[in-house]
Design a protein around this ligand. Structure first.
Ligand SMILES: Cc1cc2nc3c(=O)[nH]c(=O)nc-3n(C[C@H](O)[C@H](O)[C@H](O)COP(=O)(O)OP(=O)(O)OC[C@H]3O[C@@H](n4cnc5c(N)ncnc54)[C@H](O)[C@@H]3O)c2cc1C
Length: 406
């Protein structure tokens, strides 16, 4: 019998990844689980500061974890939303193009979509595109009917609530400060108390590299925070977009480009860009965290990444400071938008891994280390992937611990 402060599994971080894992684990095993979260609620960071898109899965490299879990996660998430009354809507996704080069790129994306087993993706012509989105001036588009939007905050709250109902302890307002192995246990010291676990799952999002390092992992990469800023169109412009309108993605970058999304509240949001942030939670340029900024600047991989992507990084920064630049990008997708109609809204931070060679890591990364696993690079489409990803973690890492099934 475990004492009150002793757990079988402790999960660090109550974002959508930690909450989905707690949810799945508590349904399946007779285990005592705690989630430790430094904020006062679940899903406070990336998991509720995103586009809320349930992606179809056509963007991702075939056979990657992202491709596999996104396609499966799209179905599972939609079913979960129906079963749990979470606001979601199947709007479809459009990637629009205009030129011959765009056409070739969309054909390549369609091929990828088929390789990834995305359901019913197809290229549509201008007439069909205009029927779906009368205000875009694209000439054709890749259309995927599986693309949907969800209230991401309600989703993560529901996952957390269900886990709690299944007996998971959610320890809020407790920052994990140190994690040390002692005998056969792991001692987790938080800002409030000390607890122990047989097994730790690090789902600390943008801080997961730090937690991994304090637990003794040697990593050949570091998380570099890339902020995604959003703008909102005024209410009288909400008719201008019905679904989601994306540009052709740059195959060399893990970011999808500024897009327009009709949210579940019928607002149109524009974004996100991808600006280097001066801190892991620097939601505005002025939120500089000097220690974290120094850690970024003293990392060799950061400078190599900058050298490889200097033009894009500069463009994104200028675009963040000058709305006119952003407007050019937006009007390329939907022309009838004025500068004063781009109203500054929320922002989110991508927990983007950059390796020692300066490469932006593309796929989800899981590292195993002495009674613990570490989820790194849970960037987009991490929310869409969350449920099958949780099952993957259970099958490949937790099952071998032989916890008793319910
Ligand atoms: C701008 C943006 C747009 C995106 N759009 C989409 C989209 O449309 N669709 C999609 O599928 N995905 C999208 N994503 C990706 C998705 O949001 C993430 O993959 C997902 O939210 C990651 O979840 P997480 O649980 O790893 O991280 P988080 O939600 O950040 O959770 C990590 C948690 O760990 C906690 N924590 C950190 N350190 C500690 C500590 N020391 N002690 C205790 N707690 C700690 C944090 O407070 C936080 O709550 C987007 C992401 C961004 C940033």
């Amino acid at each position: 019998m475990l004492k009150e402060s002793e757990y079988d599994i402790v999960i660090i971080g109550a974002g959508v990844i930690g909450s989905a894992l707690a949810n799945r684990l508590s349904k399946r095993f007779q285990v005592k689980i705690a989630i430790v979260e430094k904020e006062g609620s679940v899903g406070y960071h990336a998991s509720s500061r995103n586009s809320g898109v349930i992606h179809s899965g056509f963007y991702y490299r075939p056979n990657s974890l992202k491709a596999k879990f996104c396609v499966e996660g799209n179905k599972q998430l939609q079913n979960y939303c129906v079963d749990n009354n979470i606001p979601y809507k199947k709007t479809g996704t459009l990637v629009v193009g205009k030129t011959k080069i765009d056409e070739n790129n969309l054909e390549a994306l369609l091929k990828r979509s088929k390789e990834n087993n995305v359901q019913d993706g197809r290229i549509i012509n201008e007439i069909e595109l205009r029927k779906m989105e009368p205000f875009t001036d694209g000439k054709f588009a890749l259309y995927s009917p599986m693309g949907s939007i969800v209230d991401s905050r309600k989703l993560v709250e529901s996952l957390g609530f269900e886990a709690k109902e299944n007996g998971v302890k959610i320890l809020l307002n407790q920052k994990v400060i140190s994690v040390k192995a002692k005998d056969s246990k792991i001692i987790i010291t938080t800002s409030m108390t000390e607890i122990s676990a047989k097994f730790v799952i690090n789902c600390a999002g943008v801080y997961s590299d730090k937690i991994a390092k304090i637990m003794g992992l040697k990593l050949n990469y570091q998380i570099i925070p890339f902020r995604g800023e959003y703008f909102e169109l005024p209410e009288n412009k909400s008719h201008i977009v019905n679904s989601m309108i994306y540009p052709i993605p740059d195959p060399d970058l893990p970011f999808l480009g500024i897009h327009l999304t009709k949210t579940i509240e019928n607002k149109v949001i524009v974004g996100p860009n991808a600006v280097l942030a001066p801190g892991k939670e620097a939601y505005r340029n002025k939120d500089v965290n000097f220690n974290e900024l120094m850690e970024i600047l003293s990392y060799g991989g950061f400078w190599k990444m900058l050298k490889n992507n200097r033009k894009r990084v500069e463009e994104e920064f200028i675009q963040s400071l000058m709305k006119t630049k952003l407007l050019e990008k937006v009007c390329d997708l939907v022309p009838k938008i004025e500068l004063n109609e781009l109203i500054k809204s929320y922002s989110g931070i991508r927990a983007q891994l950059v390796d020692d060679n300066g490469k932006l890591v593309d796929d989800l990364v899981v590292k195993e280390h002495e009674n613990s696993i570490h989820i790194l690079n849970a960037v987009s489409p991490g929310m869409t992937c969350s449920m099958p990803f949780a099952d993957h973690i259970i099958e490949n890492y937790v099952n071998k611990l032989n916890f008793k099934e319910k």
